[in-house]
Design a protein around this ligand. Structure first.
Ligand code: ACO
Length: 379
């Protein structure tokens, strides 16, 4: 029996899946992965352990984690042919477009669509988690005409990425902070890119296509692209005194203030609180950033003006400030979000395969019927 439902733009409030991967309480500012609070994971876990938890549903034993980390370490390199393909990308192209194309290209080499084989699932998870950071770092260097830096087997996941990106071993605090950033971005219930991943997954295509479609969705400024826009906005404002006139202007002309607001959170995003703390740790060790003062003033005034609408800082507001201090260019902020979110996308892919039904929603037709065809000469 088909039930007629009310049309909700953006599917707001409509459940599209049953999931045990993560949970958000937007009124209380709670985020849990597999029932564990994000604050707990940020303080005690690592990104790869958290990825394992998300994808396989429980924390790994020491042996399981060692094997997972070693497998990922082993698969970090990318094929010469993928590097050659990336060399042909225009250097002015956005790194998210480069990542989407490269992720899809992995399917040319590894797609078997053996979706009922747990070994294939595991292999795809390992390959995607291992190779996506290498591809992001490679494009950053290749677009300047430089050779990519080979992964360093002595370094863990986060440290190795910073090493490939900045061509030197990172400070331990920087590596730790970056690892926490990955954990914070690893998963977030039914957001746009995850939904996109699930729709793609439901057709039983390969996991590389699933991740490529999610990367394309994450790229937009209303989703993952907002972190890059936050830094552009802070730079455009330029000083603490100019914050209030900038915000007045946004509100007068109904312009969205980047890094604020969320479909689900009606209080400050718990990840923004952790990221703000990480930013402060980075400033204490590596020097202050004047854009942090601008950010603090923005948060204060946005709260004063928009708290009644439940609009507070979201995950994207402070992440850019942390990444800047890590020496990461702003157009790589969203690809870094993707590196982390691969874990969540793959967890949902795996869950979707468990009880798959192809997504095929309906629409409310608002067009005409029985229209005559007018020959081109008469139009
Ligand atoms: N600045 C100013 N006003 C805002 C903002 C904002 N950032 N966000 C929401 N509002 C206002 C809207 O103007 C609207 O007001 P109205 O009811 O008076 O017309 C009301 O709050 C509801 O906003 P919607 O856009 O309908 O909320 P929605 O849930 O559709 O959008 C979204 C959520 C897209 C995140 C929105 O808040 C936004 O565009 N924020 C800026 C971009 C951003 O930071 N995105 C990152 C989100 S986190 C992530 O994806 C990882």
């Amino acid at each position: 029996m088909t039930t007629v439902c009310e049309y909700k733009p953006g599917l707001e409030g409509i459940p599209v899946a049953q999931s045990s991967i993560s949970y958000v309480d937007g009124q209380k500012g709670i985020l849990e992965y597999r029932g564990i609070r994000i604050e707990e994971l940020a303080a005690k876990s690592t990104f790869l352990e958290t990825a394992y938890l998300l994808i396989w549903g429980e924390l790994p034993t020491k042996e399981e984690l060692n094997k997972f980390e070693n497998d990922i370490r082993y698969h970090r390199r990318i094929k010469y042919r993928i590097r050659d393909m990336m060399k042909c990308f225009p250097e002015t192209g956005h790194p998210m477009d480069a990542l989407q194309a490269s992720a899809a290209a992995l399917g040319l080499f590894y797609s078997k669509r053996a979706l009922d084989n747990p070994d294939y699932i595991r292999e795809a998870v390992v390959r995607l988690l291992a190779k996506i950071p290498t591809m992001v770092a490679a494009f950053k260097l290749m677009r300047k005409g430089n050779d990519p830096v080979q992964p360093n087997d002595e370094l863990d996941y986060a440290a190795n990425f910073l090493y490939m990106l900045n061509e030197r071993k990172p400070d331990p605090l920087a590596a730790k902070v970056f690892d926490i950033c990955l954990t914070l971005h690893a998963e977030h219930t039914m957001n746009a890119s995850t939904f996109s991943a699930m729709v793609t997954a439901s057709t039983l295509t390969d996991p590389y296509a699933v991740v490529a479609s999610a990367v394309g969705t994450l790229a937009g400024p209303l989703h993952g692209g907002a972190n890059e826009e936050v830094i552009d906005m802070l730079e455009e404002i330029g000083s603490v005194e100019k914050v209030r006139p900038y915000l007045d202007d946004c509100l007068q002309y109904k312009k969205k203030i980047m890094g604020f607001g969320h479909r689900v959170y009606k209080v400050k995003d718990p990840r923004a609180t952790i990221l703000q703390n990480l930013a402060e740790q980075m400033f204490d060790k590596f020097g202050h950033d004047k854009y942090y003062d601008i950010a603090l003033e923005m948060e204060r005034i946005v709260e004063e003006k928009l708290a009644h609408k439940g609009i507070y800082a979201n995950v994207d507001f402070y992440s850019g400030l942390v990444y800047r201090k890590l020496g990461i260019p702003s157009d790589l902020f969203t690809p870094i979000f993707a590196i982390a979110r691969v874990a969540g996308w793959l967890a949902h892919w795996k869950e979707q395969l468990g009880e798959n039904r192809i997504f095929r929603p309906t629409q409310i037709y608002t067009g005409f019927h029985d229209e005559p065809y007018i020959p081109i000469a008469e139009r």
